[in-house]
Design a protein around this ligand. Structure first.
Ligand code: CA
Length: 422
C-alpha cells in the first residue's frame, strides 16, 4: 500500500448576519478539528475555543492508540467545559459541537459530536460520513420525514447531542481508512445549512484544496451567510510527493482559525489561573489561513461613526448623515420591523426610527430566527431589509396553543436533552 500523507487548510468566516465567530477550526499535518460553539456569543466562543485548546493537545507524538487518545481528549475537553460552567454560572448552557480527525500515519481516528459534519470526496462521489446528532436526523432515521424535508424543517437546528460539560453526551468514535486522492471536509452547519451537498461536491473538487476552501466559504455567504462558517479540508497524497509551494500548508505550520485563534480566556478571574491548556501553545507558531476578502462589518463601523459623531463636529455630521441611510430588521411591539438608522445609543441623538412594521409576529418564528431578530439583522438597503422580512415570514408558524394529544408521546423537549442553536 502506498504510504500516504495529507495537505490541509482551515478557513472560517463570521458570516453576514452575526457579530461574532463562535466557530473554531484547526488543521495540521496530524490533526483536523472543527468546533462550533453555542450558548450566547461570549459563552459560545468560550466553549468552542476551550474545547479546541484541549483537543489540540493531541497534535504531538502519541504513546497510545490514536482512537484511545481521541476519546481521552474528548473527555478532557468535556471536563474542562464542566469546570468552567461550575466556576461561572453565567455560562451555564454553553456547549460546542466537535468534529475531529487524528492521523496516526496510516488511518484517521475520528470523533463526532453534534451537527458539524465530515464529508469524504472519493472518485468524484461525495459522502457525508458523520451522522448529525439532531432532532431532524432522528426523524429521518425513524422514517418520519425525508432528508429533503429535514433541510427546511423549522426545528432543524435542534441538536440532541453536543459537548456540554456533562457526562451524558458521548461522541461517536470511529476509524477511517483514507485512500490516495481522498479529500475530507470538516465543516460547521454554517456551510451545510446554506449549501446543498451537490454544490459542496463541486466546490470540494476544485483544483486545489485552498481554492476549494475559499469557494465553499464564498458559497455559504452567497447562500445567506446566516451563521459562522468554518471549513477544514485534507487531501491525501503520496508521502514522498513534492510539497506544493502554492498551498498554504506547504510551510508545515498548523492553522488555527476562528474563536480559538483569538484565544478568549474565561471571564472569571479564578478561571484564568487554572486555564493552562491554551498557554502551553505558543501563539506565535500559529498563523491564520488565507481569508476571502472581508466585507463591511457595518455595525462596528456604525458604532465607530457614531462615536466620531459624538466627539467631533463636522466629521460627526457626516457620520450621522451616513448612519441615517442604513437599514436593519429588528423587533417592534413584538412584530418584525424594518428600522432606518443604526441600533446604537448615543444620549441626545436619535439614530433609528421605525420604517415599516410587518405583520410577522416574532414569537411565531423558530427560536434561532427569533434571536436573530432580537439581536437585529443588518440590511444593505431598504429592499434588502424587505427581502429579509419576506424570508423570515417563511419561517413563521401559526401558534399552536394546545398540543394534539398523542398516545405515544415519547419526545418532549424536557427529556430529549436538547439544546437550541443560537
Ligand atoms: Ca453554527
Amino acid at each position: 500500500m502506498t504510504s500516504l500523507t495529507y495537505r490541509y487548510v482551515a478557513l472560517t468566516d463570521t458570516g453576514l448576519r452575526r457579530p461574532h465567530n463562535e466557530d473554531s477550526g484547526y488543521a495540521s499535518g496530524r490533526l483536523l478539528v472543527v468546533a462550533d460553539g453555542m450558548g450566547g456569543a461570549a459563552a459560545g466562543e468560550l466553549a468552542s475555543s476551550e474545547t479546541m485548546h484541549v483537543i489540540r493537545e493531541l497534535d504531538r507524538d502519541l504513546d497510545i492508540d490514536a482512537l484511545a487518545a481521541m476519546e481521552h481528549a474528548v473527555d478532557s475537553a468535556n471536563a474542562r467545559l464542566g469546570a468552567l460552567i461550575a466556576e461561572d454560572p453565567a455560562v451555564e448552557g454553553m456547549g460546542t459541537t466537535l468534529e475531529a480527525m487524528l492521523w496516526d500515519g496510516e488511518k484517521l481516528a475520528v470523533a463526532h459530536l453534534g451537527d458539524s459534519r465530515a464529508y469524504r470526496l472519493r472518485g468524484g462521489v461525495l459522502e457525508q460520513i458523520s451522522t448529525d446528532h439532531t432532532f431532524v436526523q432522528a426523524l429521518v432515521d425513524e422514517g418520519k420525514i425525508t432528508p429533503e424535508e429535514a433541510r427546511v424543517h423549522p426545528h432543524r437546528n435542534l441538536i440532541v447531542r453536543a459537548m456540554l460539560g456533562r457526562d451524558d453526551n458521548a461522541a461517536d468514535l470511529s476509524w477511517i481508512q483514507p485512500m490516495l486522492g481522498d479529500r475530507y471536509l470538516l465543516c460547521s452547519d454554517g456551510l451545510s445549512d446554506m449549501v446543498d451537498d451537490d454544490v459542496i461536491r463541486g466546490a470540494l473538487g476544485a483544483e486545489t484544496i485552498d481554492l476549494a476552501a475559499t469557494e465553499l466559504v464564498r458559497l455559504a455567504l452567497e447562500g445567506g451567510g446566516y451563521d459562522n462558517v468554518t471549513v477544514v479540508i485534507a487531501e491525501f497524497v503520496e508521502k514522498d510527493s513534492e510539497p506544493d509551494e502554492h498551498l498554504s500548508s506547504s510551510d508545515g505550520q498548523p492553522q488555527l482559525v476562528g474563536a480559538a485563534a483569538s484565544q478568549p480566556r474565561p471571564r472569571t478571574g479564578k478561571g484564568s489561573s487554572k486555564s493552562s491548556d491554551a498557554t502551553r501553545f505558543d501563539p506565535e507558531e500559529l498563523r491564520y489561513a488565507p481569508r476571502p476578502p472581508s466585507r463591511m462589518r457595518w455595525v462596528r463601523w456604525a458604532l465607530v461613526g457614531v462615536l466620531v459623531a459624538a466627539l467631533i463636529g463636522a466629521g460627526g455630521a457626516f457620520a450621522y448623515h451616513w448612519s441615517q441611510k442604513q437599514y436593519y430588521v429588528a423587533s417592534h411591539d413584538g412584530k418584525v420591523t424594518i428600522y432606518k438608522g443604526v441600533p446604537a445609543h448615543v444620549p441626545g441623538i436619535t439614530l433609528k426610527h421605525v420604517e415599516q412594521v410587518s405583520d410577522v409576529v416574532v414569537t411565531t418564528l423558530p427560536q434561532y430566527r427569533r434571536e436573530q431578530v432580537r439581536a437585529g439583522i443588518e440590511a444593505s438597503s431598504k429592499s434588502d431589509a424587505q427581502q429579509i422580512v419576506a424570508n423570515l415570514s417563511q419561517f413563521a408558524v401559526a401558534p399552536t396553543p394546545t398540543p394534539k394529544p398523542s398516545p405515544t408521546k415519547k419526545k418532549s423537549s424536557k427529556t430529549t436533552n436538547s439544546v437550541w442553536r443560537r
